[in-house]
Design a protein around this ligand. Sequence first.
Ligand code: A2P
Length: 315
Amino acid sequence: MKQLKFKNGDTMDAIGLGTWKSDKGEVTKAVKTALNNGYKHIDCAAVYENEAEIGEAFNDIFKEGKIKREDVWITSKLWNNAHKKDDVIPALKQTLKDLQLDYLDLYLMHWPVAFKPGVGFPEKDEDYLSLEEVPLIETWNEMVKAKEEGLVKHIGVSNFSIPKLESLMKDTDHTPEMNQVELHPYLQQNKLLEFCSKNSINVTAYSPLGSGDRPDAMKAADEPSLLENPTIIKIAKKHGAGPGQILIKWSEQRGTAVIPKSTNEKRIKENLMSAGYQLDEEDMQEIAALDYHFRYVNGKFFETEGNSYKNIYDD
Ligand code: A2P
């Protein structure tokens, strides 16, 4: 499997286990299954509301002693209601407590969107804080502090467009080390990848399989299926692989990290084994032709009538 490199020499396995939408009742077992079957990269976030259950898995596995903490790359994310200066480090400490860890390998600002403290998911204009009220740099500077204090080894962002990255980078010497974004054959984001590569920002692909298990409220009635795309199925048949494995391999082969979510033992194992396939030039060209800038996670859920979060992806 490919590894992503960081400036200080640290490396991260390209294929990790995603935990967004993993039920509390299933995620402890899923994370243990993943770690016991070779995963060395687990992606978490406070807002997934399952970090305490994931923490149980880490605690059990590291206590057993076969797998060491330092051999696993663990990412988490700061939720939007803790962007204010005094809220960032306490939110991180809560995540560390829930995950039963002393440090994270990577901490990401989950969205370039701020809510008022205490708001889990906003319903009205007043639940939001604008980026004038809480500038991204205010939040970022606290993340830099967390890194300096050794609470996290690397810091980055998620769901940032090129303009958002540029606006943050002009105010800091600490360029984000990662941008985690939606990325799959229908949303290939070549310009963003090029920008990140030029600026030594690693990229992680979320929703690589189309996140078919997300809430209905986040789905369009006529949304396309990646796993049922005829080109993906044809390429999967050619390699004797499953369509999910082709989608994961495609991300890994492009040099991004990729975090397929599964709580199913067979698919958890299968997904890691995607690394063993190799897509040829023809496969890559056919998949390149599937791009039509379609987002499953379209960001509209952050738009209220009077708030300032319209077109958060700037596209
Ligand atoms: P399950 O957890 O039952 O395996 P994404 O990573 O894009 O968010 O997609 C997650 C969805 O894809 C979940 O519904 C998950 O179900 C399913 N899934 C995970 N791995 C595979 C696979 N290899 N083939 C088909 N579906 C998969």
